[in-house]
Structures are given as structure tokens and as C-alpha cells.
Design a binder for this molecule. Structure first.
Ligand SMILES: Nc1ncnc2c1ncn2[C@@H]1O[C@H](COP(=O)(O)OP(=O)(O)OP(=O)(O)O)[C@@H](O)[C@H]1O
Ligand SMILES: [Mg+2]
Length: 209
């Protein structure tokens, strides 16, 4: 059962009386999806968690949906074929959308290499609620970092469909933000993300330093 037309007619949407707006008012900040994308080792997780920590310390409601963690549970039945990567992103997007409705500042850290999937994720959210952040870092640098030893294994042919080596990464053409993690410090990168949230009035006025 995977097509809209297959959905039984007895599945009916129940409207919540506690709206997103009410939740945002209670939280005293808006919710948003910060969608980090980039090569493995480009710094998505590091940056997303650094931003989350800063926001959390200021009392904001946050959550990071991180690639490997989600693959341990919700998406543990999925591999890395093009089809499974698409399904991975589809489920994460839906999860992120639920968190947006729940009033949470949601940060996602997935390679999400395909433009079409990122656009699909964006199209699920109300306009302006999806902020695409490209963690840019040259492949050679990511490969030198090789945080998880995956590039080495991919070069040895032990991992197939590895982004940047044997599977493409489609560079975002117009992300809301592009952060060069090779030249900026982690602190500078995190500050750029927070500045964007401030500019867009997602954070409460004067609260976030
Ligand atoms: N300015 C920076 N911003 C973020 N990370 C940086 C920066 N400079 C160096 N690094 C380092 O780069 C590495 C990035 O690894 P990280 O696990 O965050 O990548 P990732 O994009 O989440 O990869 P994956 O897709 O495999 O999960 C970390 O070891 C981090 O300390
Ligand atoms: Mg990561």
C-alpha cells in the first residue's frame, strides 16, 4: 500500500484543537526545519548538534534527526540504493513535518544527495518553514577527515553506492545558507545558522545572544 489511491476511504484526518500556532505561542518561538545536507564528513552532525546545544541552552525546544541514528530505528529496513535513499528521505521529511507541527526547531543531518528528494522534503512544508543548509567541504578534505573510516572502505570497494565516490552528490544550487566547514570554525558556522534564525524572526526577540 504505497500510493495515495490505495489509501482506504476510512482513513480520515482528525484536526487537532491544539494548533501549531498555540504551541509556538507557548514555546515563545517559532518552529522550523533546518535541513543540513552535504557529503559524509562535511560537518552536518557536528554543526547541527552545536546549533541545537546553543538553542537548548537558551530554553528553546529543539531536536536533531540524525542520519545514522534514524537508520538504527525508523529506517533500519533501508539500505543505500537510490530507491532506499529516496524512501529514507521521504520518511525523515514526514517525521520532520510532524516535529514542525509539534512546535519544535527541528534539525536534520542527512547527506540527502539528490536534489529531487530535497525538493520533495521542501514541498511538504509550508513556504518558509524549510531552510536548506549546505555544509560545503571539498571531497578531499572530507576524505582526509574520514570520521567513520567509510571513505577508506568505499575506496577499497567494500561499500557500494557511497556518495562522492560511487554515487553522486548533487550540490544545492540555491540553499538558504551555505557553510564552508573547511574555512570557517565550528563556532562561526553555528553563529551563521543562528543569525539566519534571528533574521527570520524564528527566535524570540532579544533572547538569543
Ligand atoms: N568548521 C567545522 N564544522 C563542522 N565540522 C568540522 C569543522 N571543522 C572540522 N570539522 C570536523 O569534521 C568532522 C565532520 O564530521 P560529521 O560527523 O559532523 O560529518 P557528517 O556530515 O555528519 O557526516 P555523515 O554524513 O557521515 O554523518 C568532525 O570530525 C568535525 O570535528
Ligand atoms: Mg552525521
Amino acid at each position: 500500500m504505497n500510493k495515495d489511491s490505495d489509501r482506504p476511504s476510512n482513513v480520515v484526518w482528525h484536526q487537532s484543537t491544539v494548533s501549531r500556532k498555540l504551541r509556538e505561542e507557548k514555546n515563545q518561538h517559532k518552529s522550523v526545519v533546518l535541513w543540513f545536507t552535504g557529503l559524509s564528513g562535511s560537518g552536518k552532525s557536528t554543526l547541527a548538534h552545536a546549533v541545537e546545544e546553543k538553542l537548548y541552552q537558551q530554553g528553546l525546544n529543539t531536536f536533531v534527526l540524525d542520519g545514522d541514528n534514524v537508520r538504527h530505528g525508523l529506517n533500519k529496513d533501508l539500505g543505500f540504493s537510490d530507491q532506499d535513499r529516496k524512501q529514507n528521505i521521504r520518511r525523515i521529511s514526514e517525521a520532520a513535518k510532524l516535529m514542525l507541527e509539534a512546535g519544535v526547531i527541528t534539525l536534520t543531518a542527512f547527506i540527502s544527495p539528490f536534489k529531487q528528494e530535497r525538493e520533495m522534503a521542501r514541498s511538504l512544508m509550508p513556504h518558509g518553514d524549510f531552510i536548506e543548509i549546505h555544509c560545503f567541504c571539498p571531497l578531499e578534505v572530507c576524505e582526509t577527515r574520514d570520521v567513520k573510516g567509510l571513505y577508506k572502505r568505499a575506496r577499497n570497494g567494500e561499500i557500494k553506492d557511497f556518495t562522492g565516490i560511487s554515487s553522486p552528490y548533487e550540490v544545492p544550487v540555491k540553499p538558504e545558507l551555505r557553510i564552508d566547514t573547511n574555512t570557517l570554525t565550528l563556532e562561526e558556522g553555528a553563529e551563521q545558522v543562528i543569525a539566519l534564525l534571528r533574521d527570520r524572526h524564528i527566535l524570540p526577540e532579544g533572547k538569543i545572544k
